[in-house]
Design a protein around this ligand. Structure first.
Ligand SMILES: NC(=O)c1ccc[n+]([C@@H]2O[C@H](COP(=O)([O-])OP(=O)(O)OC[C@H]3O[C@@H](n4cnc5c(N)ncnc54)[C@H](O)[C@@H]3O)[C@@H](O)[C@H]2O)c1
Length: 440
């Protein structure tokens, strides 16, 4: 089992990489600027961080056997709209990941590249074909990442694996991507529009197959190798439109102008090396993958919409849970101070021991990950100290002790009820969020 940090693990492909890693028995840790909308809260260890913040990448990389680096500006439209941000995120972000891997001695960096690097190529291409300078800035930034991988491998001995992803499709895909947008339009009874003639083909790959390929790339044989992870069939845009039309219902297909710099899809990209060395075979037929996407999309549509005020509700909920943790920790601190007045635990060492003894259950209930969740860990310690000070300043300690002893059964029941409520609430929330998102 390996511990794998997945940057961009809350995204479309990254979230499936996380799932496939876990299914294969690995420990996946998400590193992303947001919580995963595809996993129940708390289901997957998550570090909220920015790949542009070197310190946080470095800290998250500590103790990891590998990093699957997927965080990027992946939407070519967004790259064109904000080139500066995209360039920093894709190039500097990759640099930071490699440097963190070097510093922390991470065994492998798996880099998510793209078959767009073959944009200018023609005929049949494999991983050894010399690449031309790309037309699109997105491709240039992804290529920069590939070059950094090679440099880190040669200069510093950081093992890297470059995976050139085909065009992914499937559940959790961005609505603007071609399959989701065709499906949405078809479901709305609107015509499907094709940029250009529709004859251009693309090597689509079903996202769960792709994610499985990322997991296979952890194999030792993949160190310092490059692989194309592409589907087994070339699919033309016109075929996509017809597949969607067959699966959803009869709608018109119309043609519009092509976009500048787009992947022309002319080259036939070979996935032979991944099959031979990694034993990876994309199993899902295009039609089957589209029908799985449609089923997922329908399930998403059937779910109640997220309420507009949910972010505030989320914040209030987290405020409430933090307040609960602070109160529990405060009470634990006061109890520790009380204990320190008993004969058996009067010395400072015993007092510290009592603090730790009582702090551990509080931290466990609060789900604090001491190494990563510093804010919560700090809150527990601070609240315990406040509890100590409060208790020390309270003159009627003896009365409080008497009261506590007098009502001990009732207090024990209250504590038991509170712990059960906390556990039940957590399980219910996990179940509800799981139902909402597990559809993908
Ligand atoms: N989607 C495609 O068509 C495609 C094709 C080939 C290769 N790729 C590559 O695969 C990877 C994943 O693509 P995707 O489609 O899942 O993208 P996505 O946009 O769904 O996911 C990217 C994730 O990165 C996170 N992220 C963004 N900025 C970040 C930052 N500064 N720090 C940490 N996390 C940050 C986002 O929150 C998001 O969860 C990318 O590297 C992309 O270049 C994508």
């Amino acid at each position: 089992m390996s511990r794998v940090l997945v940057t961009g693990g809350a995204g479309f492909i990254g979230s499936f990489v996380v799932d496939q890693l876990r299914a294969a028995g690995h420990e996946a840790v998400i590193f992303d600027v947001r919580e995963s909308p595809h996993h129940a809260r708390g289901e997957v260890p998550t570090v909220i961080g920015d790949v542009l913040d070197y310190e946080s990448v470095c800290e998250a990389a500590l103790g990891c056997d590998a990093i699957a680096h997927l965080a990027a500006a992946a939407d070519v439209g967004e790259v064109a709209k904000d080139p500066e941000t995209a360039e920093r995120l894709n190039s500097r972000g990759t640099f930071n990941v490699l440097e963190a891997a070097r510093e922390q001695g991470v065994g492998r960096v798996i880099y998510a590249s793209t078959i767009w690097v073959y944009s200018e190529a023609e005929g049949s291409v494999d991983e050894d074909v010399p690449l031309h300078a790309p037309a699109h800035l997105y491709t240039a930034t992804k290529l920069a990442g590939e070059l950094y991988c090679r440099s880190y491998s040669e200069l510093f001995g950081v093992d890297t694996t470059i995976l050139r992803f085909g065009i992914p499709y499937g559940p959790r895909a961005r609505p603007a991507a071609v399959v989701p947008s065709f499906v949405a339009r078809a479901l709305a009874g609107e015509p499907l529009s094709i940029a250009g003639s529709g004859e251009q083909t693309r090597r689509f790959v079903y996202v769960e197959d792709l994610a499985e390929g990322v997991v296979r790339a952890l194999a030792p044989v993949a160190a310092n190798r490059t692989y194309n992870l592409v589907g087994s069939q070339d699919v033309s845009i016109r075929e996509i439109a017809h597949t969607v039309r067959d699966l959803v219902g009869d709608v018109d297909v119309v043609h519009t102008e092509g976009r500048a710099g787009d992947f022309n899809g002319g080259a036939e990209i070979s996935g032979t090396r991944a099959a031979r060395e990694l034993g990876w075979h994309p199993e899902t037929e295009f039609r089957e993958g589209v029908s799985r996407y449609i089923a997922w999309h329908r399930r998403q549509e059937a779910l109640p919409p997220r309420r507009a005020h949910e972010p505030i509700a989320e914040r209030v909920r987290s405020l409430g849970s933090n307040a609960g943790i602070a109160v529990a920790a405060g009470v634990a601190g006061a109890l520790a101070a009380l204990l320190s007045r008993w004969d058996v635990v009067t010395d400072p060492v015993s007092f510290l021991g009592a603090m730790v003894l009582l702090g551990v259950p509080v931290a466990l209930i609060a789900g604090v990950d001491w190494a990563r969740d510093r804010a919560r860990a700090g809150l527990v310690i601070l609240a315990m100290l406040v509890g100590v000070v409060f208790q020390a300043l309270t003159p009627q300690t003896r009365d409080i002790v008497q009261d506590v002893l007098h009502h001990r059964i009732m207090l024990a029941l209250v504590v038991l009820a509170a712990v059960s409520a906390l556990a039940a609430g957590r399980a219910w929330r996990a179940d509800r969020e799981g139902q909402r998102d597990a559809a993908g």
